[in-house]
Design a protein around this ligand. Structure first.
Ligand code: UDX
Length: 434
């Protein structure tokens, strides 16, 4: 099929390349000329495992082209995916202006029948708004359909998740569009759920908000475990053995980050608010996460009278391993609080991007993990990186001023840390000593 994907961000680029792997010809439209130039040369503009070889293969087989020309791309395609950004506004509402702008542009170029698909996560009612825009621009009703097709991929496993997902959700109000969309996805052999557009739009928020709530739930249990001296890992293991709960997403820590959970939980609460519905559980999940990510600061303030002039080392900055993405990472909030308290912050993350250096130029970014711990008062482990798991704890202790570890991702065993000479250790629900 002839496919156009508008927006070469995380979702758009992964979707475009994935579609190009199975019998489709894809045109990927991106308004940023610099990004288009890089992509044409086979340079991936985001870090994602497997993306670079896939990009090079698709380019060499001429299965994909990159362009800034939306008009030509729409005219030459049967199915047009909108995958532009939908950032959160101050009031937790979703900024859909880029989606609406693109819908407007598409409507100017509709020559033959087109299916316009929202891939971006959009609030309930967006499919209808897009239909209205196209209608108001005078396009005949038999020339287009609008479908909601949310994406469930995870960063770090994006291509695999796209090609081997657990379900494909199609929010359609037209038989013709749903049968073409089912045909498009048929080679993937993934179960397809066809439903109404508002249901499809809500499924994406429901998924992310449920997972975020699961994390906040286990984090609250971890906090309670710390108080009553219970072990959160054993609790999570036992909980997860109940198939209705499952062992996935029960890892306690300093909270969730990333581009989806923080954004989509807020959007869901805001959708409720819009319809006068108070979504209390998700509001609480957000609240717990905001406190949880600052737990290392509470621990430090209990441990030290002041953090003024103290060197604190953060190990791992990204919101999870396997990505260079720092969006909404707990580390950003910890750094902000540490700087406000007068601490000197050193950090180590091999995936560190220039983005964080722009936000916090005053930090010391070390290329070597052992350099980052020199004269440090305390280590805060923020991301489960292999380098951290493999670090020589005895060597680390020798280099530190005062060997205290706050294990924000429960990576180490308390007894092991103690045996290697750490003077203090704090976990997220697995005990502590000082
Ligand atoms: C998420 C959803 O999983 C995906 O389906 C959706 O399309 C986009 O949002 P992603 O943001 O890439 O994907 O990351 P994910 O692996 O889900 O982790 C999100 C956050 O939760 C991370 O900060 C991670 O550290 C945290 N997390 C995850 C926990 O704290 N505990 C867990 O048990 C699992």
């Amino acid at each position: 099929m002839k496919i156009c994907v508008i927006g070469a961000g995380y979702v758009g680029l992964v979707a475009a390349l994935s579609f190009a792997t199975f019998k489709n010809n894809v045109i990927c439209v991106e308004k940023d000329q610099e990004k288009v130039d890089k992509l044409k040369q086979g340079v991936p503009i985001i870090y994602e495992k497997g993306l670079e070889p896939l990009l090079k293969t698709c380019l060499s087989k001429k299965k994909i082209i990159f362009t800034t020309d939306i008009d030509r791309a729409v005219k030459k395609s049967d199915i047009i995916f909108i995958a532009v950004g939908t950032p959160t506004k101050e009031d937790w509402s979703v900024d859909v202006s880029q989606v609406m702008e693109v819908a407007n542009q598409i409507s100017q170029s509709i020559n033959t029948y087109k299916i316009i698909v929202t891939k971006s996560t959009v609030p309930v009612g967006t499919q209808k708004r897009i239909k209205d825009i196209i209608h108001d621009n005078g396009v005949q009703e038999n020339k287009y359909d609008v479908v909601s097709n949310p994406e469930f991929l995870r960063e770090g496993r994006a291509i695999n998740d796209f090609l081997h997902g657990e379900r494909i959700v199609l929010g359609c109000d037209s038989e013709k569009a749903s049968s073409i969309m089912k045909k498009l996805y048929k080679p993937l052999r993934t179960p397809v759920i066809v439903t109404t557009p508002p249901t499809a739009e809500l499924i994406k928020y429901a998924s992310n908000a449920f997972l975020a709530t699961k994390i906040s739930f286990i984090n609250e249990l971890a906090n309670l475990s710390n108080i009553v001296e219970a072990d959160i890992d054993t609790i999570a293991y036992a909980l997860g053995m109940d198939k209705r709960i499952s062992p996935e997403f029960l890892q306690a820590g300093i909270g969730y980050g990333g581009s989806c959970f923080p954004k989509d939980t807020k959007a869901l609460v805001n959708i409720g608010k819009h319809y006068d519905y108070d979504f209390r559980i998700v509001k609480s999940a957000i609240d717990v996460n905001e406190t949880q990510r600052l737990l290392p600061i509470d621990i430090l303030l209990n441990h030290y009278e002041s953090l003024e002039g103290k060197i604190i080392t953060l190990l791992g900055l990204t919101f999870k391993p396997g990505t260079d993405d720092i969006r909404e990472a707990p580390s950003l909030y910890i750094i902000k609080a540490l700087l406000e308290k007068g601490a000197i912050v050193k950090c180590y993350d091999p995936m560190v991007s220039n983005e964080i250096k722009k936000i916090y130029p005053q930090l010391t970014y070390c290329d070597d993990l052992y350099d980052s711990v020199v004269d440090s008062e305390c280590l805060i482990l923020c991301t489960e990186l292999d380098d951290i798991y493999q670090m020589d704890l005895k060597k680390v202790v020798k280099k530190m001023m005062n060997a205290i570890m706050i294990d924000g991702r429960n990576m180490f065993d308390m007894d092991e840390v103690k045996s290697k000479g750490f003077k203090g250790y704090y976990s997220m629900g697995k005990g502590s000593y000082t």
